[in-house]
Design a binder for this molecule. Structure first.
Ligand code: NAD
Ligand code: UDP
Length: 385
């Protein structure tokens, strides 16, 4: 293999990467990319390795470059040893499903702040570079959300586009426990930023904007608990496979920009391999061109699912559900999430490529081929809801 060069024309040396949360959705795609296209090695830490099993199988060309450690970072003293022998630490571990934020606020805060704290401190004490995964949710609600419904300024990007170094973080009251996640992520970001400013720690913070694709979350009752609520992709996929209307929380008026996981992973690879351009930065990583309301998302997913599965479009596609009924007390929502892309474009020369239609088509093909048969089988049993 000829030497790979970074954006400044320097040879990329193989790194040993300690990846915490490597067995999750993003971690599994990042491990895949690093194994298939680089010479970096990964110490993959997670409480569950099912999503990277295909990479861990013996006889793969990268078998000597990936090791799985079944570790809960809350309570395992092996973590610091693994950080010490690594060149770079990437922390993805988190509780990050909105259904948990208002129903399990303590677990959410512990996972996103308390458990992340020793990782930051150990990186600081051992002089290791840290790439920490935060969230677009850190911005909370937009200023535009406080304007009357038809106010002309709602269309002004100044009232909605989210900029890393300028936009204020606006959350609801403490009673709106939805914001426990955003608040915990904000505090760990501030702490990392402070470590950089006061102690010279080398860091990059990534704020993902609704990354989506194969292996995201679980289908309740198939490969996850039947009483848990995953993120919107898995909720809608599940309803489509069961032939039920898609549930629109509070009418599905909220807006999101979705980015295909494979585009986003290219940005992460650039962050890993261009430390001089990425250190000290906070990056929005999303696709501002792929904005839809959740209602539009439901319509698109239904059209594509019918095309992929060869079924007729149902008469009733969606049903409105109050958030209190769907998520319980204390739920609240981000109204709109458009990432400002100047930082990531300028520093890393990266742009997202995949359209909303294409990313959803790839993803639903995966959902259908992975789960449709299992859902059908489960539905024939009277205990499956
Ligand atoms: P995920 O739930 O699929 O992955 C998180 C992984 O962390 C899981 O495999 C989980 O088992 C592991 N984990 C959690 N606690 C752990 C612990 N104590 N010890 C060891 N492992 C632990 O989520 P994801 O979508 O891959 O998200 C990864 C990161 O990106 C998270 O920090 C999340 O907040 C952030 N993020 C993701 C998105 C997105 O669009 N997917 C959006 C915003 C933020
Ligand atoms: N949502 C919905 N129906 C569902 C699941 C989610 O209408 O079955 C909505 C949810 O209220 C939010 C949006 O879809 O407005 C995206 O939710 P997700 O769980 O993916 O995470 P978020 O983008 O809020 O972090």
């Amino acid at each position: 293999m000829t030497a790979r060069l970074n954006l400044d024309g320097q040879e990329i040396k193989p790194l040993r990467i300690c990846m915490i949360g490597a067995g999750g959705f993003i971690g599994s795609h990042l491990c895949e990319k690093l194994m298939e296209t680089t010479k970096h090695s990964v110490l993959a830490i997670d409480v569950c390795g099912v999503k990277i099993q295909h990479l861990l199988a013996l006889g793969q060309p990268w078998s000597d470059r990936i090791e799985f450690y079944k570790i809960n970072i809350k309570s395992d003293t092996r973590l610091e040893g693994l950080i010490k022998v690594s060149d770079l630490v990437i922390n993805l571990a988190a509780i990050c499903t909105p259904a948990d934020y208002n129903t399990r606020p303590l677990d959410t805060i512990y996972s996103n702040f308390v458990d992340a704290l020793p990782v930051v401190q150990q990186c600081r004490d051992n002089g290791k570079r840290l790439i920490h995964f935060s969230t677009c949710e850190i911005y909370g609600k937009t200023i535009g959300s406080f304007l009357p419904r038809d106010h002309p300024l709602k269309a002004d990007p100044a009232f909605s586009v989210l900029k890393e170094d300028e936009t204020a973080c606006i959350y609801g009251s403490i009673h709106k426990q939805r914001w426990s996640y955003a608040c915990a992520k904000q505090l760990i970001e501030r702490l990392i930023f402070g470590e950089g400013a006061e102690n010279g720690m080398k860091f990059t913070i990534v704020r993902p904007f609704n990354w989506i694709g194969p292996r995201m979350d679980f289908i309740p009752g198939i490969d996850g608990p039947s009483d848990s609520i995953p993120r919107v992709l898995a909720c809608f996929s599940n309803s489509l496979m069961k032939g039920e209307p898609l549930k629109l929380v509070d009418g599905g008026k909220s807006q999101r920009t979705f980015i295909y996981i494979k585009d986003a992973i290219e940005a992460v690879q650039k962050i890993i391999e261009n430390p001089a351009r990425a250190n000290g930065h906070i990056f929005n990583v999303g696709n501002p061109h792929n904005e839809v309301t959740i209602q539009e998302l439901a319509e698109l997913m239904t059209d594509l699912y019918c095309k992929i599965s060869g079924t007729a479009r149902p008469e009733v596609v969606t049903v409105d559900v109050p958030s209190k009924e769907f998520y319980g007390v204390g739920y609240d929502d981000s109204d709109k999430r458009i990432p400002e892309m100047t930082q990531v474009r300028k520093q890393l020369e990266w742009e997202p490529k995949t359209s909303m239609y294409d990313l959803m088509e790839h993803t639903l093909k995966y959902q259908y081929s992975t789960y449709a048969e299992a859902v059908k089988k489960a539905m024939s049993k009277s205990t499956y809801k």
